[in-house]
Ligand binder design. Structure first.
Ligand SMILES: C[S@@+](CC[C@H](N)C(=O)[O-])C[C@H]1O[C@@H](n2cnc3c(N)ncnc32)[C@H](O)[C@@H]1O
Length: 209
C-alpha cells in the first residue's frame, strides 16, 4: 500500500496499524512517538486501509468538512502544515478548539459546511485535499460545492454514510446517486465500502481535473 506523506505503519501487539507522529490526543496507543490511527475511529484511515488511493504530500493544505472533536483532523495535522477544520456542533466544536490549541496546523472554523461562503475569506483557494465526513443529508452535493477551494489535481476523499441520506432507501442506490453527483464536478477515481471498519459507508476518492 502506498501511504500518503506523514503516514506510516507501526507494529503494535503483533498487528500492523496506521500511525502519525505527534503527541497523543484521545488516549490512542503510541510507539516511539507514533500515534496509532485506528480505522474504526476514522473514515479517512479506513479509506486508506481498504486501499483507496488517498494521496497527498507534505506541502498539501487540507480542507476538512465535519471535523467533529478533531480525532482525524489531529492525525492529518501531524502530517500537514495546514488543515482547515469545519464543524458546526457546539460540543465537538469546543473539543476541536482544544485540540487546535495544541496543533498549530489546525485552523478551526465553527461554521456550517452548507454555507461555504461564510468561510471563503479565510480558506485558501488552492487546497490540495478535501475530506468530507459530515454524516448528514446531501454529503456529495456539499463536497461538490467546495470545488472553488481546490487546486487543479487536488484529491477529494468523501465518506458517504447511507443512513444519513435516507434511512428508507436501498444503501446501494444512495451510493449510486452520490457517485453521480460527485462525478458532475470531479473525476471519480475509485470507491469502496468501508466495512469492516464502518457499516453502510462508501469511501470515494476523486480528483480535480
Ligand atoms: C462522523 S462525525 C465526524 C467525525 C470526524 N470526522 C473524525 O473522524 O474525527 C460528523 C460531524 O459532522 C458534523 N456536521 C454535520 N453536518 C454539518 C454541517 N452542515 N456543517 C458542519 N459540520 C457538520 C457533525 O456535527 C459531526 O461532528
Amino acid at each position: 500500500m502506498t501511504l500518503p506523506a506523514g503516514i506510516e505503519e507501526v507494529t503494535i501487539g503483533g498487528e500492523t496499524r496506521l500511525a502519525t507522529e505527534g503527541p497523543p490526543v484521545y488516549g490512542e496507543p503510541t510507539v516511539d512517538g507514533w500515534r496509532v490511527w485506528g480505522a474504526g475511529r476514522s473514515k479517512l484511515a479506513a479509506m486508506i486501509e481498504v486501499g483507496l488511493p488517498v494521496q497527498f504530500d507534505a506541502a498539501t493544505m487540507a480542507l476538512y468538512l465535519g471535523a467533529g472533536a478533531g480525532t482525524t483532523v489531529s492525525h492529518l495535522a501531524d502530517a500537514l502544515d495546514r488543515v482547515y477544520a469545519v464543524e458546526f456542533a457546539p460540543r465537538p466544536g469546543r473539543r476541536l478548539l482544544t485540540v487546535a490549541k495544541e496543533r498549530e496546523a489546525i485552523i478551526p472554523l465553527l461554521k456550517d459546511a452548507r454555507r461555504p461562503e461564510t468561510y471563503s475569506h479565510v480558506v485558501e483557494s488552492d487546497c490540495g485535499l478535501l475530506v468530507q465526513d459530515l454524516a448528514t443529508v446531501d454529503q456529495a452535493r456539499i463536497a461538490a460545492a467546495h470545488r472553488p477551494f481546490l487546486a487543479d489535481g487536488a484529491t477529494v476523499a468523501v465518506s458517504i454514510k447511507a443512513r444519513s441520506e435516507d434511512v428508507t432507501a436501498e444503501v446501494s442506490s444512495v451510493f449510486e446517486t452520490a457517485l453521480e453527483v460527485l462525478d458532475e464536478t470531479y473525476d471519480v477515481v475509485e470507491h469502496a465500502r468501508l466495512e469492516p471498519y464502518h457499516d453502510d459507508h462508501l469511501g470515494i476518492v476523486a480528483r480535480v481535473d
